[in-house]
Design a protein around this ligand. Structure first.
Ligand SMILES: NC(=O)c1ccc[n+]([C@@H]2O[C@H](COP(=O)([O-])OP(=O)(O)OC[C@H]3O[C@@H](n4cnc5c(N)ncnc54)[C@H](OP(=O)(O)O)[C@@H]3O)[C@@H](O)[C@H]2O)c1
Length: 430
């Protein structure tokens, strides 16, 4: 058998702990599969004396994780700390520059610095792997980069954040408000320490930017991902969506056509018979549209100790086997700069919710505002009167330019009968 792959693990939290447990529990099986032993040499975290539900006494403890990549007795460093910069980036740079492979679950790091780090890995002829950074236990990076390598891929979309999918599922099932479900989700420990990463779609945007690079061979371009989160979704929207034959999902969608890259994360109405509409709770799902394979649909657990650690260990086994493929499956020097597309020219049909005072001529005023901007209507539903006499009106538009829709909504918002700003959600034709 070949000599062991000697690794160091920095970050011993949810994912780091999971990785150590899998490597120890399945030691024999992994050695056979990898063709060599994967030996944990050293670990690092912020607090050496913290109580953990796994034993680290047989590994060397290193206080300063930045030094791990420089040690002679280490071949590879696994980073499971998090954050796009700080210690995670330092460890990545030190390790790759020292000619050692680097494995991470850190989506923020790869979304912000993917092309740069891929270049470092390429220059130093080592591997950079990040399967766990996108959709947890779903092996989506390898599936796109290897399994679908013969396809020209034009679109990748799906549910990339389990926490918000859980929240939307709970709002639908229980009819309870966004704020109530948010509190419960926080108590369950499902939210990131900075909840904005989940609620404002940033975490999903990190993953989408990575998927764009893997699928299309473009440089990671997180800055140009259009992002909207779920904070404004109400149970009323979820209920109206159901009545119209849809379910609201926070989708990440990336398309690449004629050199133009459109990356967007936003809530969307998805027809109930679409597979992605049936993906509930903490699950993630990714669909990949290729010209040969057509649409492939992947579903699985997007986070948590087991699923995420499973993906990290798969990367380790792959490297132990000697697979040193390029980080984004094309030479880093061949990654092309993305040409971002603005959402102003985006075409979509829309659900619009209006809350208006009941008065003569309201509907005429609304339709006039829409007509002024060439927004044509497919459906209009006036809901029953509220206790205060106000009325909710639901509109479904035909396809319209995003810029025209915004102008029409501005006009509607200025109508004296309007009680709240109109709220619009794109209806996604997947
Ligand atoms: N949790 C998930 O389900 C999941 C899913 C996909 C991807 N990820 C990604 O995986 C990574 C780790 O996530 P996690 O949930 O495992 O985080 P976590 O539970 O908060 O653990 C973070 C670990 O980093 C250590 N740490 C913090 N600052 C450090 C420093 N300066 N030097 C060395 N170690 C330091 C902490 O040390 P102490 O233990 O001593 O405090 C802790 O062990 C992140 O990039 C995250 O985005 C997580």
């Amino acid at each position: 058998m070949k000599k062991p792959l000697r690794i160091a693990v920095v970050g011993l939290g949810t994912v780091g702990g999971g990785v150590l447990k899998i490597l120890e529990t399945h030691k024999e099986m992994i050695s056979v599969r990898a063709g060599r032993e994967i030996q944990i040499m050293a670990v690092s975290a912020s607090n050496k004396t913290k109580s953990r539900d796994f034993d680290i006494s047989s590994y060397e403890w290193v206080d300063n994780a930045a030094e791990l990549g420089l040690a002679d007795n280490i071949d590879l460093v696994v980073e499971l700390v998090g954050g796009s910069d700080g210690i995670a980036k330092v460890v990545a740079e030190n390790t790759l520059k020292a000619g050692k492979s680097f494995v991470t679950a850190n989506k923020a790091l790869i979304a912000h610095h993917g092309a740069y780090l891929a270049g470092l890995a390429s220059d130093n002829k080592v591997a950079l792997r990040y399967e766990a950074a996108v959709a947890g236990g779903i092996p989506i990076i390898k599936s796109i980069g290897e399994g679908l390598a013969g396809n020209k891929i034009t679109k990748v979309y799906g549910i990339m954040n389990g926490t918000t999918n859980y929240m939307l599922s709970q709002m639908e099932r229980t009819g309870r408000s966004y704020d109530e479900i948010l509190e419960e989700t926080e108590q369950l420990g499902y939210l990131e320490s900075d909840p904005s990463l989940d609620l404002d779609g940033i975490d999903a945007a990190h993953k989408l930017a990575i998927l764009s690079s893997v699928a299309f061979g473009v440089k990671t371009d997180f800055e140009n991902v259009y992002v909207e989160g779920i904070r404004e979704i109400t149970t009323r929207d979820i209920e109206y969506a159901g009545e119209l034959g849809y379910r609201i999902k926070l989708l990440g969608i990336t398309t690449y056509e004629k050199g133009k890259l459109k990356q967007r994360v936003h809530p969307a109405f998805v027809a109930l018979d679409e597979p992605v509409a049936a993906v509930m709770d903490g699950f993630n799902a990714i669909a990949v549209q290729g010209d040969g394979a057509d649409k492939c649909f992947f579903q699985g657990r997007g986070a948590g100790e087991g699923p995420t650690a499973s993906a990290v260990v798969a990367d380790l086994i792959d490297i132990a086997r000697g697979h040193m493929d390029e980080a984004f499956f094309v030479p880093a020097s061949k990654l092309v700069p993305a040409q971002p597309v603005s959402m102003t020219d985006h075409l979509s049909s829309y659900y619009i919710k209006l809350h208006v005072a009941e008065a003569a001529g309201v509907i005429a005023d609304i339709t006039a505002a829409l007509k002024n901007e060439d927004v044509s209507l497919d459906q209009m539903h006036q809901k029953g009167s509220e206790e205060d006499g106000s009325v909710y009106v639901v509109l479904v538009t035909h396809e319209v330019l995003e810029s025209s829709l915004h102008k029409a909504l501005k006009e509607i918002n200025n109508l004296p009968v309007n009680l709240n700003d109109a709220f619009a959600i794109r209806i996604e034709n997947l």
